[in-house]
Design a protein around this ligand. Sequence first.
Ligand SMILES: Cc1cc2nc3c(=O)[nH]c(=O)nc-3n(C[C@H](O)[C@H](O)[C@H](O)COP(=O)(O)O)c2cc1C
Length: 165
Amino acid sequence: MTKPQIDSKEFRNALGQFATGVTVITTLDKKGNKAGMTVNSFSSVSLDPMLVLWSIAKTAKTFDAFNETERFAIHVLNAQQQNVSNQFSSKADDRFAGIEHTEGHGGVPILADYSAVFQCEIESRYEGGDHIILVGRVIEVDNKVQPPLVFHAGQYADLDLPVAV
Ligand SMILES: Cc1cc2nc3c(=O)[nH]c(=O)nc-3n(C[C@H](O)[C@H](O)[C@H](O)COP(=O)(O)O)c2cc1C
């Protein structure tokens, strides 16, 4: 196996060149407490069956909740939700404070605001180095068609995209 001569900062900076949308993923832990985090590793996988994936750091404080749950909801954030992205990636004790939400399948928190939401059941989990890859089977979807929140090179990017309906 070739050992890479790559410094970890250089690796992160190169990864940051891949512009992504931003999601907040929510679930309930085993005790029924709400958990959520900001995630940009979201990706589509399969159309039939409908599968999506994302990865979570084993060191994340919400790791146990997502490693044990059978369900989660992926909210694609719109351009106005930078504050929501910041709150769900912060050290705040209650990341849901001040954020309107209801309950979806299995009581999983569903944010009131999003440009799309995918409610999922766990299809599979895979080891991915210092992350776990979660594959979700989509059981319900909603799409509000709004301008996206975009993340690039460690910053939110201001894009003024035309929105097709
Ligand atoms: C734009 C953005 C995308 C992120 N994507 C991921 C991700 O895909 N997976 C992950 O484990 N953490 C991701 N994070 C980090 C988490 O949201 C969170 O900040 C991190 O887990 C630190 O909080 P904690 O350790 O207290 O949970 C992302 C953060 C930001 C701001």
